[in-house]
Design a protein around this ligand. Structure first.
Ligand code: DX5
Ligand code: ZN
Length: 218
């Protein structure tokens, strides 16, 4: 299995201090930062886009921005996110009719390509060709749109299905993940762990990051 990577979701951070919050997480042991981009179309909320990501990148040149694109037209933002310094561009398969071309376009811009599935999308929506072309597969464990929701256990079998088909692939879980739910995610084969509330609301985020990592590495 690929190595454990913890990617705190900044959706749970103080957006007025975004760069400082990202630095605080990296100091606390986070390797990636999960940047939730919402456009008010694919999901009802609006969060941030490329201009804000570019500011964060300027303040922290060595940051790895794991950009979760909850947008209706993922093709549209590839250039802007690449220019802003995005390291990984993860789009929703529900939002495109040509995932393979999109993966190619993302890679051509020098970013890693991720493919996300929402709770109602089966793992088979990720064909062998798509799964092998991507750099990461994201199984949502809540409905995309906001932080702080309850973890949906029924999504966990999809992680195991994808891990069986793609043994060497990065598989990310996102939504309601924390010390109380990490066991089942790790057991199913997830290795990239997103956590917003569980990390940012904790008194000791480093401790939560270390706990999540240790559970995946177990
Ligand atoms: C939900 C986002 C998640 C979310 C995770 O739409 O994609 O990244 O912020 O936050 P928690 O861990 O609080 O569920
Ligand atoms: Zn996310």
């Amino acid at each position: 299995m690929p190595r454990a990577i913890i990617s705190p979701s900044v959706l749970a951070s103080d957006f007025g201090q975004l760069t400082a919050e990202c630095k605080r997480m990296m100091k606390g042991g986070a390797e990636w930062l999960h940047m939730d981009v919402m456009d008010g179309h694919f999901v009802p909320n609006i969060t941030m886009g490329a201009p804000i990501l570019a500011c964060v990148k300027k303040g922290i040149p060595d940051i790895f921005m794991d950009c979760h694109m909850m947008v209706a037209q993922p093709e549209k933002w590839v250039d802007d996110i690449a220019a802003a310094g995005g390291a990984l561009y993860c789009f929703h398969i529900e939002a495109t009719s040509d995932a393979l071309s999109l993966i190619k376009a993302i890679k051509a811009k020098g970013m890693q390509a991720g493919v996300a599935i929402s709770p109602d999308t089966p793992s088979t929506a990720i064909t062998d060709e798509i799964g092998n072309a991507a750099d990461m597969l994201l199984v949502m464990t809540v409905y995309p749109g906001r932080g702080g929701q309850k973890f949906l256990e029924r999504c966990v079998p999809k992680v195991a299905e994808l891990r069986a088909r793609f043994p060497d692939q990065n598989i990310e879980v996102d939504g309601g993940v924390g010390p109380a739910t990490i066991d089942q995610c790790a057991h199913a084969g997830a290795n990239v762990i997103v956590a917003g509330t569980a990390i940012f609301a904790a008194e000791n985020p480093e401790h939560v990051i270390a706990t999540l990592k240790a559970t995946v590495e177990k």
